[in-house]
Design a protein around this ligand. Structure first.
Ligand code: GAF
Length: 388
């Protein structure tokens, strides 16, 4: 599926720079089965890399300048590695500049390069094309200049780049982009960064994403606000229960016992977080035991929490999940990723996929006048060098 992308990216590079690229890097987007908005709250998550990728073609250019071309955006820019890196007006270039800055600030030394990239990860759909861009760029620079950077540090540098751009994200997206493994989901402890792989065997069910095709602009500001609300909530929990170090140590009973000491909005946020962290462990066990119906039930619960308590859903996503609840052939559905648009992730009984796609398409179009898109998920490998 990615062969065509690789071919067009390399060809474009060859035409622009007169020779074949020295390196080709593939960097995937991600899905998340469960564990939403808990990565920055030291919880557990259950993501996986997918087979949709950004393809980078790169070469050293023996100068102090770098040139980066985004084929899909028909845009390019140049920057000087000897000058201080600053934020620009152009969003995609900031991700590139962000990783260059992080590498420099962390003492990695490298010179100018030429890079062309192109992607088949839908942008704005909650599949984390930005993490794929960050991790792929870091990986490409590492390969070109033989830098010694471990996978985990690629993810951490990518996360710092995203913070520099303006979103105080957790580590989930970058970590799964780098550590993905075909047909495996990753159970990641976002506190210690310890992780384990689990078979992505959904038995009689297919994993299908419904792309709402909307992206509400609230995302960045609300995302950063949620982080602050959770920090506020945690500090009150700690004052009352000094033995608690992070949300995972807090039981729902403990939290409920101090409800009157917490601002009602903050309470809703942390109530969701405490329950979601527990759900991830249950969900991972359900997956390991092949209990996909129970896993699905947990997905529905997560959505209810994200919508009513964490308040990161929107009318389009709520409609898709509520409609899914009415279908016997859908055992679980929830918004996936940061929210305010993007995709829902659905567990659909095999054999019913097409019928349900048709039904949801027309219902969604009738309600919102927007075309619903579908992605049949294949779980793929993490960021890697492509070799023929
Ligand atoms: C976005 C962020 F980048 C992740 O770190 C994570 O918090 C996610 O939203 C919500 O779970 O994708």
């Amino acid at each position: 599926m990615n062969e065509l992308l690789i071919q067009t990216t390399s060809q474009f590079f060859q035409e622009k720079f007169g020779q074949a690229p020295q390196k080709i890097v593939l960097s995937p987007g991600r899905i998340n089965i469960i564990g939403e908005h808990v990565d920055y709250n030291d919880g557990y998550v259950l993501p996986a890399a997918i087979d949709k990728v950004i393809c980078f073609a790169l070469e050293k250019n023996n100068t102090k300048k770098s040139r980066v071309i985004a084929i899909d955006l028909n845009d390019e820019f140049e920057f000087d590695l000897t000058k201080e890196i600053q934020l620009s007006e152009n969003v995609w270039t900031n991700y590139v500049l962000g990783v260059v800055k992080q590498l420099q600030d962390n003492g990695f030394s490298f010179e100018g390069f030429n890079c062309v990239f192109s992607s088949n990860i839908p942008v704005g759909s909650g599949l984390s094309s930005s993490a794929a861009l960050e991790c792929g760029m870091i990986f490409g620079i590492k390969e070109l200049f033989d830098l010694k950077i471990e996978k985990k540090d690629i993810a951490l540098l990518g996360q710092k780049a995203e913070h520099w751009v303006g979103i105080n994200c957790g580590i989930m997206d970058q970590f799964s982009s780098v550590h993905g493994l075909e047909n495996k989901v990753i159970k990641l402890d976002c506190n210690t960064l310890e992780f384990s792989y689990h078979d992505a065997n959904f038995k009689d069910y297919s994993l299908i994403l419904f792309d709402s095709n909307v992206k509400h602009s609230l995302f960045t500001s609300e995302y950063n606000t949620r982080r602050i609300e959770c920090e506020t909530g945690l500090s009150i929990i700690k004052q009352n229960f000094p033995e608690i170090k992070s949300f995972r140590d807090c039981s729902e009973e403990q939290l409920l016992s101090i409800q009157d000491k917490i601002d009602p909005t903050v309470f809703k946020r942390v109530h969701y977080v405490v329950k979601e962290i527990k759900r991830v462990t249950q969900a991972c066990e359900a997956l390991d035991n092949g209990n996909i119906e129970f896993l699905g039930q947990l997905l529905f619960e997560t959505h209810d929490g994200l919508s009513a308590e964490y308040e990161v859903s929107c009318a389009e996503l709520d409609m898709l999940v509520n409609a899914a609840k009415q279908e016997d052939a859908i055992v679980g559905s929830r918004l996936m990723g940061g929210g305010f648009g993007g995709c829902t992730i659905n567990l659909i009984k095999k054999g019913y996929e097409n019928e349900l796609k048709n039904k949801f398409s027309s219902h969604y179009l009738d309600t919102f006048g927007i075309e619903l898109k579908f992605y049949d998920v294949k779980i793929g490998n993490g960021t890697s060098i492509y070799t023929t």
